[in-house]
Design a protein around this ligand. Structure first.
Ligand code: GLA
Length: 405
């Protein structure tokens, strides 16, 4: 639609036809979404060159081949609204415009995502969606947006469920299937109501690039990887195909040690988290690339049953985590939360665990023999007829897949 006034009129007409049967787009994100987002590494320092180069790197690094799909520009792409209220991107940083950028990302066989916020302004103080939901949704659809992250800053007195439903309905009316990622930080317990609203919802405040710490800004806090992990346990029953708990984007490659990055990545896969990388894909080293593209670990995250894993026991700072997988398989990971090495012995003759959510039982005491595949070594390391002994260094994991021959 070339005429902006006509476009605005269409937007107003859409918003007047109040969406009696509006709903979220069905069939999207049947496994946790995978992609890249600019915020964790670049914050407001975004521009079209970075996004194009990141799309290129997503392909050349093997990330696309491993399943990563969405390239999402977070906050700070927008600067103002025009006289008709349409959102305007930063002309210095995005001189070709958002549509051209989306086209470029699509030309790489990838999908394109963008950020806005339910409040008057975004968290970085840019113009946000409140009161412009239908107009923005039409613009996003016109640009070819495939994924919208929708934040919760500057929402004084707004009702969270109502605000997100308004944007959901606007997206639905605009007609283009767009994954709707609610970024409400868990303040209003979105897991209780967002299944019908979006495909994923943040469960916590922002992640901090640290394995085990809390960073206090005074008025708000950022959580380390372990702190976020601990907040997910009570929420597993709310996740499943098309509706995921989102413990925030990955910090892999942003400065933690190699074993911490490996443990972070593994645990996000164990809890069926969206895998949204947040590092500089253009310059990542081989270690980071190896972690982010481990297809066997990614397969745990992307398992079609979509059951969020759980902690089944803890002994001497080593946690045992389980995730029921399709075909009667299991992922079993041992997470060493201490900073020192731990010797662990899995005595399969005495091991059994029950998942009351999925009604699945893993019992290695009887006649069932499981093969053990180490998903980081990428090799079979024995079976459940013999005890498995290993030393796990501090802040590292062992991750096994158990399967019957
Ligand atoms: C909030 C979100 C972050 C990021 C910033 C952008 O803090 O939780 O993920 O989107 O806003 O300003």
């Amino acid at each position: 639609m070339k005429n902006p006034k006509l476009f605005l009129l269409t937007a107003i007409m859409f918003s007047m036809l109040l969406p009696i049967q509006a709903q979220k787009f069905q069939g999207l994100a049947q496994t946790p979404p995978m992609g890249w987002n600019s915020w964790n590494k670049f914050a407001c320092d975004v521009n079209e060159k970075l996004i194009r180069e990141t799309a290129d790197a997503m392909v050349s690094s093997g990330m696309k081949d491993a399943g990563y799909e969405y390239i999402v520009i977070d906050d700070c792409w927008q600067v103002s609204r025009d006289s008709l209220g349409f959102i305007v991107c930063d002309p210095k940083r995005f001189p070709s415009g958002i549509k051209a950028l989306a086209d470029y990302v699509h030309s790489k066989g990838l999908k394109f995502g963008i950020y806005s916020c339910a409040g008057d302004k975004t968290c970085a103080g840019r113009p946000a969606g409140r009161g412009h939901e239908y107009q923005d949704a039409l613009m996003y659809a016109k640009w070819g947006v495939d994924y919208l992250k929708y934040d919760w800053c500057n929402t004084d007195k707004l009702n969270a469920e109502g605000s997100y439903i308004t944007m959901r309905d606007a997206l639905h009316e605009a007609g283009r299937p767009i994954v709707f990622s609610l970024c409400e930080w868990g303040n209003n317990k979105p897991w209780l109501w967002a299944k019908e609203v979006g495909q994923l919802w943040r469960t916590t405040g922002d992640i901090y690039n640290c394995f085990d710490c809390l960073y206090d800004h005074g008025t708000w806090k950022q959580n380390g990887v372990m702190q976020i992990l601990d907040m997910q346990s009570a929420l597993r029953q709310y996740a499943g195909p098309g509706h995921w708990n989102d413990p925030d984007m990955l910090e892999v490659g942003n400065g933690m040690s190699q074993n911490e990055d490996r443990a972070h990545f593994t645990m996000w896969c164990m809890i069926a988290a969206p895998l949204i990388s947040g590092n500089d894909l253009r310059s990542m080293n081989a270690q980071t690339q190896t972690i982010l593209t481990n297809k066997e670990v990614i397969a745990v995250d992307q398992d079609i049953l979509g059951i969020q894993g759980f902690k089944s026991s803890v002994k001497d700072s080593v946690e045992t985590w389980l995730k029921p997988l399709n075909n009667g398989e299991w992922a079993l990971c041992l997470l060493n939360r201490s900073t020192t090495s731990k010797k662990v012995e899995m005595d399969w003759k005495t091991f059994s665990a029950t998942d009351t959510l999925s009604n699945r039982v893993l019992d290695t005491r009887g006649k069932d023999i499981y093969q053990l595949r180490d998903l980081w070594l990428k090799k079979t390391v024995g079976d459940t007829r013999k005890p498995f002994k290993i030393t796990i260094i501090g802040h590292d994991v062992l991750c096994l897949k158990l399967f019957k021959k």
